[in-house]
Design a protein around this ligand. Sequence first.
Ligand code: AMP
Length: 216
Amino acid sequence: MLNLVLLGPPGAGKGSQAKSLAVRYGIPQISTGDILRVAVRDKTPLGIKARSYMDKGMLVPDNLVVEIVAERLAMDDCKAGFILDGFPRNIAQAEIVEKMLGELGEKVDKVINIEVSHKEIVKRLSGRRVCRSCGEGYHIIFNPPVDDKKCDKCKGEIYQRDDDKEDTIEARLKVYDEQTAPLIDFYNKKGSLVTVGGIGGFQEITEKIVNVVGSR
Ligand code: AMP
């Protein structure tokens, strides 16, 4: 069993690292942001409720995200563990995770806090692009697709997330500072936090994480 949480500001590289760690450890990445974006795209009742918050860079109400996570954690592929990416995002959510896992006799094993400055985040997020079909991530300068409108992997449409536009980035960073950053102290006190610098080569950062988690 390996239960990981990836913590860090938007654009720290949580999603990409979570995908890589998921392959390495054979456990699923659970990204509340990805699940919500699919719901918004498909205009499901959840997506309709979540959209206005997401467009403004605000957190979607706890009860909605908690339900998504509870349903996802109950699935068979989480039996050997999971990587939470983008959840919890505030203290209330973290307390719910503790309770949910506690009832199953489990806990969060490690919280990886990926540290990146706000200045770097703005640079990264404003250039970030995503494939609408498969979710593959690109960056207009650091990692552009071969054809700037199509995904290298699936030929899906490349787009800029509404919440990666400059005004919303500021709002998201404020939400991070006010609501998510207190989780650093929360998990530090529990002894499960490890902080990893998020600047550098992608694989170099993966290796730093694997070094602290261990090769299972
Ligand atoms: P992300 O892809 O993780 O940056 O998430 C994109 C957006 O989805 C966030 O700005 C929030 O509006 C929403 N979201 C994702 N995860 C959560 C969460 N754990 N709690 C509340 N809102 C969330």
